[in-house]
Design a protein around this ligand. Sequence first.
Ligand code: FES
Length: 167
Amino acid sequence: MGILRTLLVGRENGLRAGIRRRLFKGPVDTSPGSSYSAPRDDDPPAPRPAEASLGLKPEPPRGVTPPDGYEVVLHREALKPGKITEIIIGGTAIAVANTGDGFHACTNTCPHAGGPLGEGELVGNVLTCPYHGWSFDLAEGTCLTNGDVELLTYDVKVVGDAVCVKL
Ligand code: FES
């Protein structure tokens, strides 16, 4: 019976038990003798458990009115300097990069042969496509490998914590 129980619900201190404890933890003991201390007003807001344990990025901020023609695509803290990510917005796949000097956005489709630029390598303003290594200057919208090719870029503005892209 013990083996069957272990197979079904896991070990007492196993992964599944930890998940159950997180999901169904009981009320906090706030009695005077307990070690509970109420959060102070100046404490930073605690990250939600799911975000903290899974390393999820902050959601795009709500309540921000983007400039005319722009869409809110990211929370500014969701993309650290030197990072790039793919985003689909309004049915369009774009790559958004934080070069350290600011945010830049371009098409996610490499003009050479359709590689996913959002999975490329970013060094400063230079983005290198993961497929065949063509490189692009995100700030200028130029291709450094083939001068006849241009990169489709999008204007970016940061409003509060919101990174906004004009499509
Ligand atoms: S698809 Fe990007 S370099 Fe070829």
